[in-house]
Design a protein around this ligand. Structure first.
Ligand code: 0L1
Ligand code: MG
Length: 267
């Protein structure tokens, strides 16, 4: 298929998957597929996401966990997609603490604060509750996700963004990990600072009322796709606030009440 062109026969799961990975590899943005293929819905997007996970694994990446997208009202309103969904994390997306935004591999990175879980036990849906989900968590961390969309101006519908692995780019896990019983996660706050100015804030309650609800949602959603959440996996529970731009020269900090601060500079 020629770069960025519509295949003769129209888009399908294989051609969209290939085009999205090519956009990622070439740092190329494009218009959403739903402009041309309106039937591309969430589940078709998941099939594309799963196909590209297999391609990532085939090229040597390791599956390290999952991320939720659009679990907070702030994110849903900004992106115009009004329900949460799940995507994959591989080791290629890990940004070591202190490293700058990987500008040379991303198209238009933005950063958002996240409550992050490291799993102790396996969690398999359907029917998982937030309490059951929290009982399977080994530790809770403050973190940040560097999202990057393959769609111009982050314009997409649910099928586009689920196919695009929920705008995955990179993620940082912060310096402080605590047992979940040490925290009231609904009350855990974050202040988002850009170039020394506080621009946004939220508490864990912004994430589905409690990040444990988001974790349960991930387990139940993955069950529909034949997967469980495995011990040792990292789970990003979704941006607590809207994401902030992170151009070269910028500095972003996420200050959590009990989970420390995450600093990322724009490179
Ligand atoms: O581009 C986006 O904002 C979609 C991914 C959402 C990630 C999140 O809500 O954490
Ligand atoms: Mg996120």
């Amino acid at each position: 298929m020629a770069k960025g062109t519509r295949p003769e026969a129209g888009w399908d799961i294989e051609s969209v998957a290939a085009e999205l990975l090519a956009c990622e590899d070439e740092r190329r943005e494009r218009e959403p597929f739903t402009d041309e293929w309106p039937e591309l819905d969430l589940d078709t997007g998941y099939a594309i996401q799963d196909l590209n996970l297999q391609k990532r694994l085939d090229r040597g990446e390791k599956l390290v966990g999952v991320k939720l997208g659009l679990t907070s009202r702030a994110k849903q309103q900004r992106m115009g997609v009004h329900f949460p969904f799940v995507a994959w994390l591989t080791d290629a997306m890990i940004l070591p603490i202190g490293d700058p935004v990987p500008q040379s591999t991303l198209i238009h990175p933005r950063i958002e604060p996240e409550i992050v879980f490291v799993m102790g036990d396996r969690l398999e849906g359907p029917g998982v509750t937030a309490a059951q989900a929290m009982a399977a968590v080994e530790s809770v961390w403050g973190g940040a996700e560097v999202i990057d969309s393959r769609y111009r101006n982050f314009r997409f519908k649910a099928g586009d963004v689920s196919a695009d692995n929920a705008s995955s780019g990179a993620f940082v896990t912060g310096p402080v990990g605590l047992p979940p019983t040490d925290l009231d996660l609904a009350l855990e706050a974050v202040l988002v600072e850009v170039n020394g100015e506080i621009v946004d804030s939220a508490t864990g309650a912004a994430v589905q009322g409690h990040p444990g609800e988001a974790l349960a949602l991930a387990a139940n959603d993955l069950a529909r796709r034949g997967h469980a959440i495995e011990p040792g996996w990292i789970v990003l529970t979704g941006g607590m606030t809207d994401a902030v731009f992170a151009p070269p020269g910028s500095s972003v900090a996420m200050h959590f009440t009990n989970l420390g601060s995450v600093f990322i500079n724009g490179g």
